[in-house]
Ligand binder design. Structure first.
Ligand code: SF4
Length: 462
C-alpha cells in the first residue's frame, strides 16, 4: 500500500500510517513518574492505562503503576466525575502517596469533563478523607491525544506541576532549577552530577533517575523511591536560576516561564546538550551561574571527545543520516552529526512543532551548505517516502525505525523512546561530553559494522 491520500471535495484528507509519536497522556505519566511519591492517574478507560503501562515497562524494564478512573460506555454520556472521585479515594488509601498526577484522555476530553473543577470539588467534598491520607497534592493536566504527541503531554505535565505547586517557600540555598525535558534516567543522573560539581544545588524536574531505573529490591515497592522532592518543587520560586532544555519549547508550555513570570526567577532556554557545541553552551551557562570554572574532570572529558572526533572522522565523514523522534532530541542530534561530518539529510518528528525548522537551521548553518530537509507532524510512511531518495547510510531514532533500517539494509542507532527491541534503554547516555562520547562510539561502530557486513571478503585487519 503506497498511496494513502484520499481526495475529498474540500481538501485532501491525509491518514496517518504508522505514526512517529505516542499519545499525550503517556508523556504526562512519564513526567509524573519523576516526582517523589507520585502516582500517575488517567482520567479515562482501562484500555488507555494498559497500553501506556505496556509501552513504558517495555522500554524502562521497571514496574510502572498507572491508575485509572476506569470509565465505561455509560460515562461517555453521564460524565466521569463520580468515577474520578472514587478512583482518587482508592489511590490515596492504597498508595499513601505524596502526589497524584491526573491526566485526561481522548475520551474525557471529548465528552468535555472539566477535570480541574472535578478535582477541586473532590478536595472540598473529601477534605477529611484527604487529611487522613496525609493530604497528597493533586496536579491535573489536560492532555487530549488527538491534538498533541507524548512530548506535548510530557511538557504540559511538567508545566502543570510547577504551575500548581511552586511557591516562594524558602529553599536550602544556591538552588538551580533544571528542566531537562524527556531524557533517560542515566542522563538525568549525569546532569545532576554536573550541576553539583559546579557547587550548585540542582532541583531537576522531572527526576526519573531512580523511579524508572531502580535498584533490585527485596520487596516490591508500590511507589519506587527517588523523584523530585515535592518540598523542592514548592521552593522552586526561590531558586537563583532556571535552566530549561528545548530549542523547540514554546513559552506556553515552558515551566521556567511560569517561574520567571510569577517569582522573577531568571532563566535561560538552551539546546539539549548533545555534541560539543551544545554542551559547551550548557557548561558556559553553569560557569556564569556558579561563578566557577568548569571542573577539570569535564575539561578532560571534552578533550577526549575531540580526540575521538579526530580518530573516528575517517569512518564517518560524508555519511548521510536520517534522524527522527522528539523535536529537541532531533535538534540536538542534528547539531552533533553536523559537527562530526555526517550530513543529516532528513530531520523528522511526529510532533507538531512551531520552532522545529528554525532550530534545525540554527544548529546546522555555518557548517552545512544548506539546511537539511526538515519535517514535523510526519509519520513513518512519509519518512520512508521522503528519505528513500537520499539513500541514507544510517538511521537514528527509536526502535520503530527498525522496518526501514531492515528494508534499506542500513544500521539503526537506537535512541529516544520507545526502544522495545534492545536492552538497556534506560541506561543510554547521550548528553554532555560523556554522553556524546558514548553516542559517537556507537555511531562509528555501527558504520564500521555495516561496512564489514557488506564486504564480500570480510575484514582482514584483525
Ligand atoms: S490515543 Fe487517546 S484513546 Fe488512545 S491510548 Fe491515548 S488517550 Fe487513550
Amino acid at each position: 500500500m503506497k498511496e494513502k491520500r484520499l481526495k475529498t471535495k474540500k481538501e485532501p484528507y491525509v491518514a496517518t500510517t504508522d505514526s512517529c509519536k505516542l499519545c499525550a497522556p503517556l508523556g504526562a505519566c512519564l513526567a509524573f513518574k519523576g516526582v517523589e511519591g507520585s502516582v500517575p492517574f488517567l482520567h479515562g478507560s482501562q484500555g488507555c492505562a494498559t497500553y501506556m503501562r505496556r509501552y513504558v515497562i517495555s522500554h524502562f524494564r521497571e514496574p510502572v503503576d498507572i491508575a485509572s478512573s476506569s470509565l465505561g460506555e455509560k460515562h461517555a454520556i453521564y460524565g466521569g466525575g463520580p468515577n474520578l472521585k472514587q478512583g482518587l479515594k482508592n489511590v490515596m488509601s492504597k498508595y499513601h502517596c505524596g502526589l497524584i498526577g491526573v491526566a485526561t484522555t481522548c475520551l474525557t476530553e471529548t465528552i468535555g469533563d472539566d477535570t480541574s473543577r472535578l478535582v477541586k470539588e473532590f478536595q472540598d467534598e473529601f477534605s477529611e478523607e484527604t487529611l487522613k491520607h496525609g493530604r497528597p497534592s493533586i496536579v491535573n493536566v489536560s492532555t487530549p491525544s488527538y491534538s498533541g504527541s507524548h512530548i506535548d503531554g510530557f511538557q504540559s505535565a511538567v508545566r502543570a506541576i510547577v504551575d500548581q505547586l511552586a511557591s516562594n517557600l524558602p529553599s536550602c540555598g544556591n538552588t538551580v532549577n533544571l528542566f531537562p525535558g524527556f531524557v533517560s534516567p542515566a542522563d538525568t543522573r549525569y546532569l545532576k552530577e554536573i550541576v553539583h560539581d559546579f557547587g550548585l544545588n540542582p532541583v531537576i524536574l522531572p527526576d526519573i533517575s531512580e523511579t524508572l531505573d531502580a535498584p533490585a529490591a527485596v520487596e516490591y515497592e508500590k511507589i519506587p523511591s527517588g523523584g523530585t522532592p515535592i518540598a523542592s518543587i514548592k521552593a522552586m520560586g526561590t531558586a537563583s536560576f532556571s535552566v530549561e532544555f528545548g530549542r523547540c519549547l514554546t513559552d506556553s508550555i515552558s515551566a521556567a516561564k511560569v517561574l520567571a513570570d510569577r517569582f522573577k526567577v531568571p532563566s535561560k532556554k538552551l539546546g539539549t546538550p548533545i555534541g560539543l557545541r551544545e554542551t559547551d553552551i550548557f557548561m558556559n551557562t553553569l560557569e556564569e551561574i556558579s561563578c566557577r570554572k568548569t571542573p577539570v574532570k569535564y575539561e578532560l572529558e571534552r578533550g577526549r571527545l575531540i580526540d575521538s572526533y579526530v580518530d573516528g572522522h575517517k569512518y564517518i565523514s560524508g555519511k548521510r543520516a536520517v534522524i527522527y523522534g522528539d523535536p529537541d532530541m532531533v535538534v540536538g542530534l542534528a547539531s552533533f552529526l553536523t559537527e562530526i561530518g555526517i550530513k543529516p539529510v532528513l530531520c523528522a518528528t511526529g510532533a507538531k512543532s512551531q520552532h522545529f525548522h528554525t532550530a534545525i537551521k540554527a544548529v546546522t548553518e555555518g557548517i552545512l551548505d544548506e539546511t537539511p530537509e526538515v519535517s514535523d507532524n510526519i509519520d513513518f510512511f512519509d519518512i520512508e517516502e521522503t528519505a528513500e531518495k537520499f539513500r541514507p547510510d544510517v538511521l537514528l531514532g527509536s526502535s520503530k525505525g527498525y522496518k526501514l533500517a531492515r528494508k534499506w539494509n542500513i544500521p539503526l542507532v537506537r535512541l529516544g523512546f520507545p526502544i522495545h527491541d534492545r536492552f538497556g534503554a534506560q541506561r543510554i547516555c547521550q548528553l554532555g561530553y560523556k554522553g556524546t562520547q558514548d553516542l559517537f562510539d556507537m555511531i562509528v561502530n555501527a558504520v564500521i559494522q555495516a561496512t564489514q557486513d557488506r564486504s564480500p571478503i570480510g575484514y582482514t585487519y584483525i
